[in-house]
Ligand binder design. Structure first.
Ligand SMILES: C[S@@+](CC[C@H](N)C(=O)[O-])C[C@H]1O[C@@H](n2cnc3c(N)ncnc32)[C@H](O)[C@@H]1O
Ligand code: SF4
Length: 450
């Protein structure tokens, strides 16, 4: 890494899966606001659904997700029943004139902990409650350790079209340090089962910056991952936030690669994947040239939501399940992360929203600017402001903030035209932060940029 770029790598910046970011969510937004926003959904508006399943078989020490270990199936089965009740509540809060589902995503936690019957029952309820549009994408996150041939068939029968497998790293000595033993043969077997069942689109998650991991380990993992020909890969830098996720204290800090090593690991993944013909998508995804995400990059339709980069172009994402977040045109809402509060609210016939944020002033313009920049890697500030009915100099406050990033070769500025350079792609979160009028350098709230 160039010495001049170190300060950007060390900066604690938001990931911008939303704007304003979750740090700005507050409890002044409640069910009444949400119901109002839902009732204003336009005629024919396509919808996206995110369903959160907050249970896992075993805790990975690095995990930053909202989940807990389900020691018995009872907790999971009960959750499935309550989720079905929440689907009913949400479906009846929507106006009849919406356009049906374009995208559905089961995330977690590990949705594959659900029994095949419970999964099928939830899917049937979704279809009944919201209706599917043609070519609906139906994705599920998969822990390969929970897979078997029957489950792959059950997922396919329920309509799943894309499976996203948590791979992380294939080296045993790294897997031991993260409490996740998952041999290559297990992942290969899962992929084979899924493809044989007819689920053709396969995503992998990889992580760099894990304890005990070296650049050579990352290269080995990436090459093994490639041998299974995934359609997409998400490549995350390990976010170490033990003050927020207690179990990360199980990770020995001295085992963690330093900043230079992390940077070299991230570069290694990119080199291996790009040499194999994969297209870099945003700052942390790669897609096979034939995959819809690579086409979205070329066509300028790539978007960003809580799952990271997405081909989903809907403006209304509705969240179901404890802790899930919804993104609507007027703002964001979040369900209670507490299982008890989530459940009791649903049983009282209410939508379990506990916080959120309403977009005000320039928020919508800045949200679109950040999302465009992080997806297309370029933006014309003047044209963008005019498209939002504002004077073309409205976003000029960004220019002086970008000056040092431009000097350091991360961004090119020509008038109001901003282009992120190849070197700058890794630091796009730092560049996005220049548009953020809510963000303060709040140590301990966000993970480092690299
Ligand atoms: C919900 S999990 C995926 C499905 C399933 N639970 C699994 O792990 O196989 C979401 C992904 O987030 C990533 N992840 C979790 N904690 C992380 C952290 N602290 N830093 C970076 N990535 C993380 C992992 O790559 C993981 O696959
Ligand atoms: S990474 Fe996935 S399997 Fe591991 S604890 Fe987190 S959500 Fe569960």
């Amino acid at each position: 890494m160039k010495p001049a770029h170190k300060k950007y790598a060390l900066a604690e910046v938001p990931r911008y899966t939303s704007y304003p970011t979750a740090v700005q969510f507050h409890d002044g937004i409640d069910e009444t606001d949400y119901r109002q926003w839902l009732s204003n959904i336009a005629v024919g508006e396509p919808l996206s659904l995110y369903l959160h399943i907050p249970f896992c078989q075993k805790m990975c020490w690095y995990c930053g997700c909202h989940t807990s270990v389900a020691h018995t199936y009872d907790r999971v089965g009960l959750y499935a029943q309550d989720l079905i009740a929440e689907i009913d509540l949400l479906a009846s809060a929507l106006p009849d004139h919406h356009g049906g589902l374009a995208h559905v995503h089961f995330g977690g936690g590990s949705p594959t902990l659900l029994s095949d019957d419970d999964f099928a029952a939830i899917c049937a309820k979704i279809m009944m409650g919201f209706g599917a549009r043609d070519n609906m994408e139906f994705a599920v996150e998969i822990d390969p350790r929970t897979m078997n041939a029957q489950k792959a068939k059950a997922l396919a029968n329920a309509g799943i079209t894309r499976a996203s497998l948590g791979v992380q790293d294939f080296n045993t000595h790294v897997q031991e340090k993260i409490n996740r033993i998952q041999p290559f043969s297990m992942v290969k077997q899962s992929v084979d089962w899924l493809r044989s069942a007819g689920i053709a689109a396969i995503n992998f998650d990889l992580i760099y910056g894990l304890p005990g991991q070296s650049v050579a380990d990352v290269r080995h993992s990436t090459e093994l991952a490639l041998s299974l020909s995934p359609d997409r890969l998400a490549v995350f830098g390990y976010a170490h936030v033990p003050w927020f996720k207690k179990h990360q204290e199980m990770i020995v800090t001295s085992d963690l690669p330093g900043m230079e090593e992390r940077f070299a690991e991230a570069k290694m993944v990119g080199t291996v994947l790009e040499d194999a013909g994969y297209i870099a998508v945003g700052f942390d995804h790669y897609a096979h040239a034939d995959d819809d995400m690579a086409k979205a990059v070329k066509g300028g339709t790539l978007r960003r939501n809580f799952q990271g980069y997405t081909t989903d172009t809907t403006d209304t994402l509705l969240g179901l399940g404890a802790s899930s977040i919804g993104a609507l045109e007027p703002g964001y809402v979040q369900n209670s992360p507490s299982l008890d509060q989530w459940r009791n609210t649903i049983h009282a016939g209410k939508l379990p929203v506990v916080r959120g944020v309403k977009l005000e002033g320039e928020d919508a313009m800045r949200r679109a600017a950040i999302m465009t920049l992080m997806s297309a890697m370029m933006l014309d500030l003047g044209t963008h402001a005019l498209a939002f009915g504002a004077p073309e100099n409205t976003l000029d406050d960004v220019l002086p903030k970008l000056a040092s990033l431009a000097e350091d070769g991360l961004v090119r500025i020509a008038g109001r035209q901003i282009t992120i350079t190849d070197e700058g792609r890794t630091f796009v979160r730092n560049i996005a932060a220049c548009f953020d009028t809510h963000w303060q350098a709040s140590a301990g709230r966000h993970s480092r940029a690299v």
